[in-house]
Design a protein around this ligand. Structure first.
Ligand code: PLP
Length: 393
């Protein structure tokens, strides 16, 4: 009987990966399961990106690189920040990691002491609270509502900040809600943050390009440039270029903390895969039309799915600004279903009775809702809705 660390006992496995695994298990056992749990684009990685990886292998870019990323990729990232975000960084302000997940992990370990608080608006990406806990920090969750488009208000932010607050996390467009903060909303949040100069900010811009709000993408530093010196911009190639398996994410921010994050990475994983770095460089430097093609498809599916969800009895979905997730309320269904008292039980129930896998809102800190990924074909979505329709009526 091995005694595990308190650290690992405090955390749970990623619930989104768990749903995907459960669906895969049922499928392997011969069940016809439609998986709407996955958090990755259904498109193939564009050819010019794959080609860059093959060329990297051929020319022998198959060895250790600098821990924080190749000079070529770091330059591509710096150019990207200038081009897309009007943000200027020096190479020593950039750290390339094995996915956006490792960027946030490094940040948590580099910043937090036991008991330090991290403000996380819900619904949140499932990994933030658990990574904070690994670093012995304390997640402080701000609840939002569908009526407020799942966004926090400046008043809520002000109330959540205490003398122990070390970091505030923003993710826009949001996984799972699909909502994006407007520039004006970010300015208002920025006004609160300006009153707390000791608080650092992480903006997770992973879904930057998957956006159809009509407004150009804007993060907290764009809205409030005075926060530049204490904001970490987290991004990556996983979602925009359909490169989830390549594992490349990056962070930009204040040099001393980036250096500390690099130190942690140097004692854990070292550099991200050299071949993936070559591919990511091609993704950032190359033609961007492939992104627009995917975003157009996501937008069309979004419009269809939100409409279809709202026709289901007991389901209520507000349209999102981007990402490839819909986040409808299933509270009406929970209330009307015998033997089901919450979203987790409902997700299990619908997996069994309808053969549709969705992630319950509780996983994101917002019970009563479901996350449906529309990173899948229209045909699959139509079939899923048909089955839900049958199961719910
Ligand atoms: N941030 C958000 C909001 C995400 O949804 C994800 C992936 O699900 C990530 C970061 C991490 O992406 P990856 O580690 O695959 O680059």
């Amino acid at each position: 009987n091995v005694q595990l660390s308190k650290r690992v006992q405090q955390i749970k496995p990623s619930p989104t990966l768990a749903v995907t695994n459960k669906a895969a298990e049922l499928r392997a056992a011969g069940n016809d399961i439609i998986g709407l749990g996955a958090g990755e684009p259904d498109f193939d990685t564009p050819d010019h990106i794959k080609k860059a990886a093959v060329e990297a292998i051929s020319r022998g870019q198959t060895k250790y690189t600098a821990v924080d990323g190749t000079p070529g990729l770091k330059k591509a990232i710096i150019d990207k920040f200038k081009r897309d975000n009007e943000l200027v960084y020096e190479p020593n302000q950039i750290l390339v990691s094995s996915g956006g997940k490792q960027s946030f992990f490094n940040l948590s370990l580099a910043l937090l002491n036991p008991g330090d608080e991290v403000v996380i608006p819900a619904p949140y990406w499932v990994s933030y609270p658990d990574m904070v806990k690994v670093a012995e920090g304390v997640p402080v969750v701000i609840e939002t509502s569908q009526a407020n488009r799942f966004k926090i208000t400046p008043e809520q932010l002000a109330e959540s900040i205490t003398p122990r607050t070390r970091l505030v996390v923003l993710n826009s467009p949001s996984n799972p809600s699909g909502m994006a903060y407007s520039r004006a909303e970010l300015e208002a949040l920025g006004t609160v943050l300006l009153k707390h100069p000791e608080v650092l900010i992480a903006t997770d811009d992973m879904y930057e390009h998957i956006l159809w709000s009509g407004e150009p993408f804007c993060n907290i530093v764009n809205a409030c440039p005075a926060l530049y010196d204490r904001t970490f911009v987290l991004n990556g190639v996983s979602k925009a270029y359909s490169m989830t398996g390549w594992r490349i994410g990056y962070a930009a921010g204040p040099q001393p903390v980036i250096a500390a994050m690099k130190k942690i990475q140097s004692q854990s994983t070292s550099n991200p895969a050299s071949i993936s770095q070559a591919a990511a460089e091609a993704a950032l430097n190359g033609p961007q039309e492939c992104v627009a093609v995917m975003v157009k498809a996501f937008h069309e599916r979004h419009d269809w799915l939100v409409d279809a969800l709202n026709r289901l009895p007991g389901v209520n979905c507000i349209p999102g600004d981007g990402t490839f997730y819909a986040f409808p309320s299933f509270q009406g269904v929970i209330d009307a279903t015998d033997g089901v008292s919450n979203d987790v039980e409902l997700a299990e129930h619908l997996l069994k009775t309808a053969g549709v896998a969705m992630v319950p809102g509780s996983a994101f800190g917002t019970p009563g809702f479901m996350r449906l990924s529309f990173a899948t074909s229209m045909e699959t979505l139509e079939k899923a809705i048909e089955r839900l329709q049958k199961a719910l009526s």
